[in-house]
Design a protein around this ligand. Structure first.
Ligand code: HEC
Ligand code: HEC
Length: 406
């Protein structure tokens, strides 16, 4: 009798462990904050175009927990959790695995026990803006290509299945679109333009003499080489563009602000240091670094992902159809966490709509499921009908929240 209970319990045990592993430690913050959503500029959109199929697929994959294995997948983690809109996530924090907000130990035991190097080493999440100018990759520049880096992240760090060549191509095509946000004060060669404050003017020659050998002015302010600047190892020179809003600094976020970063390289006489700081703030500045996330913006982004389905259905590409559907379903859950009531103020005035919203989120998820199920059954035409119904519903849902900007 006892034996029977024990064997039954033992059979249940793996299940219990699975369930526990799916949860991140209490207090984990992996979703981007809705109040401070980094702006993003894509090359094709600047050129006035739309995202190509491959870029849109990469954009979708970048937000997809389905690339990863457990527990990252069930936790809803994606590239975009950490590299929000291609930038970083200063609030990201997993108790026990992050030494401070904004990073984690990427070779720790949490996401892939087999890849745990046994050393707790917090790494600050880097921005990926301008990433195509910043090879070789990784804080220490150990990986030559973006493609290899992406594969490494998926398979090694997050225990995901081997990605298809198309998904890797798509991720690379998407990341190659990431531009630095514009800084109207900088010319293409990295020189400050327009009127300069006395401190900025004094900082420019100090920078040229003491910093420009590694932070080479120009497209990226980096020589692409690894150096030891006294921060416990050799690291690839980071860019100085768009850094005004990306504190903390250094590979492990050891420098809380720009003053600490400058001081951390080598002590300077105070006047030089103050002038350098003024100069750094000018070259690292961004016009509009971030804004609040909006329900409309989130739904427009999802519409880009869902737009892929017209093409995947036409191609009868069932695996990609399922991948896009699964990704958008996971994203809908994240959007629902960020906007549980949509535009709360407006909904408060319309109780009938408040009641409808949760239903609509569920209906969107179910509508997409119908698309995937029909595609899997080989019924492309009826999948298309389900897709049209989804579009109608999504449009009505957005129209329910008409306050401009939200
Ligand atoms: C849990 C947070 C997290 C997730 C999820 C994540 N990254 Fe990263 N990413 C980091 C950190 C931390 C680093 C720095 C790691 C290092 O230097 O080894 C990094 C580095 C990178 C770099 C190199 C940047 C540089 O300046 O050299 C690229 C490219 C990159 N990630 C792409 C991705 C892609 C693609 C995904 C999804 C498949 C992804 N990341 C998912 C945290 C994350
Ligand atoms: C020998 C090459 C070299 C020189 C010279 C140099 N740096 Fe750096 N700099 C680096 C490296 C490498 C790092 C990254 C260190 C790390 O990640 O721990 C870095 C990091 C930084 C950062 C932090 C950026 C970030 O996003 O984390 C700032 C700011 C910076 N340097 C400014 C300067 C200034 C100002 C000077 C001149 C006083 C200077 N550097 C001189 C190589 C150099």
């Amino acid at each position: 009798m006892v034996l029977e209970i024990l064997t039954r319990a033992a059979r249940l045990l793996p299940l219990l462990f699975c369930a526990a592993a799916a949860d991140l430690p209490p207090g984990s913050r992996i979703d981007p904050t809705a109040e401070r959503f980094p702006e993003q500029r894509l090359r094709s959109e600047i050129a006035g175009g739309r995202q190509s199929y491959l870029v849109a697929l990469g954009n979708t994959a970048f937000s997809s927990p389905l690339l990863f294995g457990e527990p990252a997948r069930s936790a809803g983690l994606s590239c975009n959790s950490c590299h929000v809109n291609g930038h970083n996530n200063r609030e990201f924090h997993i108790p026990g695995h992050s030494a401070r907000p904004g990073g984690l130990d990427p070779a720790g035991p949490l996401f892939n026990r087999a890849a745990d190097d046994g050393v707790f080493a917090h790494v600050d999440i880097p921005s990926l803006r301008g990433i195509r100018f910043l090879a070789p990759y990784g804080r220490d520049g150990r990986i030559a290509s973006l493609r290899e880096f992406a594969r490494h992240v998926i398979v090694v760090e997050f225990a995901g299945p081997e990605p298809t060549p198309e998904i890797l191509d798509a991720l690379v095509a998407y990341m190659n679109e990431f531009e630095f946000l514009p800084n109207p004060r900088l010319a293409g060669d990295g020189a400050l333009t327009g009127p300069k404050s006395p401190a900025e003017a004094a900082g420019e020659p100090v920078f040229a003499a003491r910093c420009a050998g590694c932070h080479v002015p120009g497209t990226a302010f980096s020589d692409g080489r690894a150096h030891d600047v006294g921060s416990d190892g050799r690291f690839r020179t980071p860019t100085l563009l768009n850094i005004a809003e990306s504190a903390p600094y250094g590979h492990d976020g050891r420098w809380a602000d720009l003053a600490a970063a400058v001081e951390g390289h080598a002590p300077l006489p105070a006047p030089d240091r103050d002038a350098l700081l003024a100069y750094l703030e000018a070259i690292g500045g961004v016009e509009e670094p971030s804004g609040p996330a909006t329900f409309r913006g989130e739904m427009a982004e999802l519409a880009t992902y869902v737009g892929l389905l017209d093409e995947t259905l036409r191609r009868q590409d069932v695996p990609t159809t399922r991948f896009v559907v699964g990704t958008v379903q996971a994203e809908l859950r994240r959007v629902r966490r960020a906007f549980p009531d949509g535009d709360a103020a407006r909904l408060a005035a319309r109780p009938d709509r408040r009641k409808r919203l949760p239903l609509d989120y569920a209906a969107l998820e179910a509508g997409l499921e119908a698309v995937a199920l029909r595609a899997e059954a080989g019924e492309a035409a009826s999948a298309q009908v389900a897709l049209d119904a989804y579009h109608d519903l999504a449009e009505r849902m957005v129209a329910n929240y008409p306050r401009p900007g939200r």
